[in-house]
Design a protein around this ligand. Sequence first.
Ligand code: NAD
Length: 333
Amino acid sequence: MSEAAQPISGQRALVTGGAGTIGSAVVDQLLAAGAAEVVVLDNFVRGRRENLADATATAGDRLTVVDGDINDRDLVGRLSQGTDLVFHLAAIRITQCAEEPRLALEALVDGTFTVIEAAAAAGVKKVIASSSASVYGLAEQFPTTERHHPYNNDTFYGAAKAFNEGMLRSFKAMYGLDYVALRYFNVYGPRMDAHGKYTEVLIRWMERIAGGEPPLIFGDGAQTMDFVHVHDIARANVLAAKAPVTDTVYNIASAQETSLKELAQALLAAMDSDLPLEHGPERAVNGVTRRLADISAAARDLGWKPEIGLVDGLRGLVRWWVDLGDEAAEAVR
Ligand SMILES: NC(=O)c1ccc[n+]([C@@H]2O[C@H](COP(=O)([O-])OP(=O)(O)OC[C@H]3O[C@@H](n4cnc5c(N)ncnc54)[C@H](O)[C@@H]3O)[C@@H](O)[C@H]2O)c1
């Protein structure tokens, strides 16, 4: 078996951004797969301790949570010592990157450099890094494969993610650091940020539907996305560590195209609501009007396929949101 195939059982893993939406799901799955120790490094700008409540309750001293920044070189260097696997998820959101590009440079680019520099120095066996479909911008070919060029992206976030992929390749070439980068498409699921400034549209719609108001779509809602559930993404991270692959990237998506309108309808169904849709004036911000991934490479090399369909996934999301106990969820409780 190739050296790039790493078991999870008995290993020590460092998870940056491990208190976030996807990172906390990765932590849960690593612990369930028998990791000897999981160390979370998160500065809690967006992550929440509650996201790690299940892990904390069950893992005992196999879980360590460090409140710190991925730009703290000494800290990252120390945490990387004796680490077998690094799952690098820490980042800020695409919208915040556009508002604060210098912060984005520090968090996404410098931070990633610090993490992989420390990983190479400490002899980490493999890094699994979070990339994004944003590297494609509005693609020219659908379904979009990993071979699609990155030159249609015009966001700082997408540029940083593309550069991160390049950095990882160069570290593999310079130091032999094994890695896999995963390009997630449109992520949804439990532990999404329900309160923050960059709250996802699904949360806003759930609030409206629970309050008896139709979900509001800006424009005709014809733009499409490729939704993938956070548990499936976490599973892809685990499989990317275990598979005998290195120095490569994979699309992680459902390979199903869903329009914004269809998403709102699916959410209404998941909330057993017969409210109509409401359309508001077009808000020209998102230049990416279509997303549809080719996921055959991940299926072939990682043995990964999404398992959670959109309607089931949305029902689970609604249950999680209701359990959060927000005032807005009162009506559907
Ligand atoms: N959610 C999506 O739709 C999506 C899509 C594609 C790619 N991704 C990528 O997946 C990864 C995880 O995203 P998520 O949705 O879980 O986001 P998230 O915001 O829930 O998690 C990111 C975590 O990183 C932490 N963090 C941010 N800056 C940090 C720093 N300097 N030092 C330490 N910790 C820091 C935050 O506190 C947060 O807990 C990110 O790299 C993101 O870019 C997400």
